[in-house]
Design a protein around this ligand. Sequence first.
Ligand SMILES: [Cu+2]
Length: 467
Amino acid sequence: MPTRRAFLTGTAAALAARPSLAAVSETTVTAAPAMAQIVPAEYGPTEVWAYDGAVPGAGLRVAQGTRIRRRFVNRLPQASTIHWHGIRIDNAMDGVAGLTQDAVPPGGEFLYDFVVPDAGTYWYHPHSNTLEQLSRGLTAPLIVEEAEPPEVDRDIALTINDWRLDENAQIAGGFGNMRDGSHAGRLGNYLTANGEGDPQWDAARNERLRLRLINAASARVLRLSALGLSGHVVALDGMPLAVPEPFADLVLGPAQRADLILDVTAEAGEPAYLVSEERDGGYALATFNVTGTASAVARPAPAALPPNRLEPLELSGARAVDLRMEGGAMGGLAEARIGMRHDGGHGGHMGGPVGMRELVENGFAWALNGVAGMPEAPLVEAARGETVRVKLVNDTAWPHAMHLHGHHFHVVGEAGTGPARDTVLMDRGQTVEIAFVADNPGSWMFHCHMLAHQAAGMMTWVRVAES
Ligand SMILES: [Cu+2]
């Protein structure tokens, strides 16, 4: 029998561990048109849509377990929401217009109130007319710090955006055109990291950097390498790798993140680069000008980051479902049923299958399990805590970056299960099996994060029961 004193002490400890209702102050995040100097100054500023006036938005950096209360203020000319990408969040706070909340109209507000359970690199963006709103600049990092972070000299988040600019350095229109929608998505023609074409830092030899890379492009797959920097990948999509992997060439699909711990190996006077390998050459996404020496000796390889607490997978007896991905240019999709058009709505009555011409006339190019757009019924209805396996068959001629909300999943392969992720990049023709513990109740979108594909129908949802 605990004494009263022990009980009180225990209660105080429990209260201290849980964020208190009163102690959490509310902040605002405002989405509004703004001017941003993302191209060299001689071309003048670009009119963007921005969180709190900057592209990317300044974002958030909080401790693991923090309760966040942010009042979203919409000063855009159209309705919007915020999706907190990769956060295992309460369903009502997931920000999917039409599925988890009504879109916030121009001039409206919505209070997002949630706890961040996992440390790692996350981000936020609209989930309402996502293709246009994200392409106009609405992105920001959400960094959740470990209780005991690894020792580094600098911790830099790099939000990478891919802009489609016209000759006046203004954002090109034509969102949702069928050419983008049925091919590789809205690829841009100008890459920025943290809103700059060529961001630079001073650095010293043997300095240790943590780079948190966020691919916030609406369609571009980044192929990353480094010169004068050497180290390890320690986390993907926020989740720590059990064993850090040497960083060589890293492919980062839209919405994916990677945490790197890199040491500066360049000598003083030499630059060091993080490079995006593009068709016409390498682009420096970050340049480190090496001016001195931080330490005489190189450091040992970094240890694994402390793990986040994910329920272990129990594959035997898991619920198995198939997801057949069809359509797009050169896809040979003959017919599909038409679901709901917008980001997240569901429940509308669907008619019978229609041919490709009618699909395209309605803005659709892709189908998941024979439905273009959001289907009436979820892909799977899981009991809470049930393990779900989804076999994704990419029967199209294009890569896709499939993102599941509210959960992290593992790719299940012959070599075992991969690290926890929230977005998987699939090659054309590839079959990938994923598995996750459906432990977060609610209705969760599962869609391609190449946003022109999503807009053209590549979306579905899963439902996790309350109990
Ligand atoms: Cu896609």
